[in-house]
Design a protein around this ligand. Sequence first.
Ligand code: SAM
Length: 277
Amino acid sequence: MTGVVPRSDPPAPVGVDPTRASIARVYDAFLNGKDNYEIDREVLRGVQAKAPEAQDLATENRGFLIRASRFIAHQTGVAQYLDCGSGLPTAENTHQVVQRINSDSTVVYVDNDPVVLAHGRALLEENDQTHFSAADIFNPPEVLEDEVVRKHLDFSQPIALFQMGTMHHYTGGGNPADIMQNYIDALPKGSYVGISHFLDPENQYSAVARKMEDVFLHSPMGSGTFRTKAEILELFCGLELVDPGLVLCADWWPDGPQLKPLNQVQFCIAGGIAKKN
Ligand code: SAM
C-alpha cells in the first residue's frame, strides 16, 4: 500500500521505501523517535484513534526490555545476548544496559529493516562487543547459522535470547511456538528466554485489544496479533518462568510503586523471562 510523503520528511536513504510502513519505524514513531515517515505515523494515529494511550504499548514494552536486561546482567551471570528484532536505537539499548553492569557482555542484534541496519553499522564502530546480523528472525536456522551469530556467541555457554515485541509480527502462517522451539533447542542449559507480546487480556479491555489489532493488521504495516496469556505461554515451550511469570509488562518488577491505576492499553502487553534448566 502506498501513501503520500510530506515535504517535512527528509529524503529516504537508498534501500528505504518511505511509502511503505515498516515495523521498526512505526515502533520508533510510537516511542516519539525521529526515524519514521508520514506513512509510519499514520499507523500510530490510526491506533490512537481506537485507544488514545496507544503509545504505552511501546513504552511498556521498552521498559520491560530494559528491566529484563538488567535482571539477566545482574542476577544470572549470563554475558551473551541474542536480541532478535532489535529495533532502532533509542534510549537504553540492550548493549548499553548490560555492558554497564558487565562490560564483558557480548550482544548480537538481529534485524532486517534497512534503517535499523544502517544504525547498526554505526553501533559497530562504537563498540567491539556489539554486533549486527541482518537475518530473518522468523527463520531460526538462518539466525542460528549466521556468520556473525556463530562468530560472536559461544553456544556451549548460556545465552539470553530476546524476542521482545517481535513474535506478534509473525505473519508466516505456521505455529509461532515452532519458531521458538527451534531457538530453544539450540540454546545450552542455563540460558534464558525473554518474550514480550501484545496481549488480549480476556477482560473488559479485550475489546480495545481487538480494535488495536484490527488497525495494525489492516494498516500498511500489516502485522500485530494480540494473543491470550495461554497462547503467549506456548511460545516459552514449557520452560520454567522466572518469578513473577508471564504478566503485564507493567507488573514485571516495576521500578517503583504503582500509584496510578493502569490504563486500558497497559493491560494489552505482557512479558516474561524463562530459564532453560
Ligand atoms: N525488540 C525491540 C524492543 O523491544 O524495543 C524492538 C521491537 S520492534 C517492535 C520489532 C523489530 O523486529 C523491528 O525492528 C523489526 O524491524 C524487527 N523485525 C520484524 N520482523 C523481522 C524479521 N522477519 N526479521 C528480522 N527482524 C524483524
